[in-house]
Design a protein around this ligand. Sequence first.
Ligand SMILES: *[C@@H]1O[C@H](CO)[C@@H](O)[C@H](O)[C@H]1NC(C)=O
Ligand SMILES: *[C@@H]1O[C@H](CO)[C@@H](O)[C@H](O)[C@H]1NC(C)=O
Length: 351
Amino acid sequence: MNCLCLVAFLAIVIAQSYSVLGVEAASSDGFVSRKGIQFILNGKPFYANGFNAYWLGYEATDPATRFKITYALQNATTNGLTIARTWGFRDGGYRALQITPGSYDELTFQTMVNRVNTFTKIAYKDEAAIMAWELMNEPQCKADPSGKTLTAWISEMAPYVKSLDSNHLLGTGLEGFYGDSSPERKTSLNPVAANVLGTDFIANHNIDAIDFASIHAYPDLWFPNLNETGRLDYLSYWIEGHMEDAESILKKPLILGEFGKPTETPGYTQAQRDAVFVVTFETIYESAAKGGPAAGALFWHLISDGMNNFKDGLAIVLSDKSSTNSIIGQQSRKLRLIGGGKGKLSRKIKN
Ligand SMILES: *[C@@H]1O[C@H](CO)[C@@H](O)[C@H](O)[C@H]1NC(C)=O
Ligand SMILES: *[C@@H]1O[C@H](CO)[C@@H](O)[C@H](O)[C@H]1NC(C)=O
């Protein structure tokens, strides 16, 4: 969702540190790295369930609202969620990252990765609890529908971020729409309206300094005229198509960075939301259980009680004991059993 902004410099945080997420340390102090189509944490493949929390920085700035973060993270932990995706940027105004459209402040980039966390005294670039950076949230360039301008921008920005911070993985934050480099996918998988957005899933990710591929999934918004069955079918095709391409063309892991079921969809029911989560999670799990590229899905978005200012039709309040929330907890447990988690299903690293 393009909620706050056009441009984001995002952090994907993993729950392996007491200080950041306040959970039991999942492992030692290693950074998440990549080997082929898998993420690796402490020598083992890393698959995990997660959530979006774009409000994290906002609520953290005021000590009076910090308890909301504690609540949200405690609830996330209870449901086994170990990846949070949050925002760290500003458009225009004081200390902006993007000063004016297309113009970036180098110092702000540097300030972000070199910032020393007040609580842990660790610079972000040295913080293993940060899993990865993403360049932007949902980058698009309508001025050049070919996707080439965006590819050039990523090719310039990605090595620059890596030069500032070589410890962390880097992604694009893309929604995943195909472009001219894959005409068949563009016809069969893109919503028609996406063809003018100037993105190219393959070309935008086929850049050395980009470590993993990113997609988002909102069939309700992309296909308002499809019925529920049609949207669910599309959802699995969309994720499966990208998993195939991540594995065979890009040879990189894939993160489903955003998905959800908006209550605004006419005829919305909780059962429909559950179906969206089940289809998404099963598609991801099927890939992960085979050592595939889909590392996890991050729903949009987690909030706590008392955060009604951030509540939208996609909000998930984990302290509600809803059926969707049990589905979320179940997926977390399943993913934990493969990869680096404790359990019989622990898998070998794929070459
Ligand atoms: C979950 O969050 C709610 C507020 O939304 C809070 O009252 C509760 O203590 C939290 N529970 C846990 C187990 O974290
Ligand atoms: C959904 O739409 C498809 C065609 O687009 C149709 O074949 C199917 O019967 C519809 N399903 C329901 C439950 O309305």
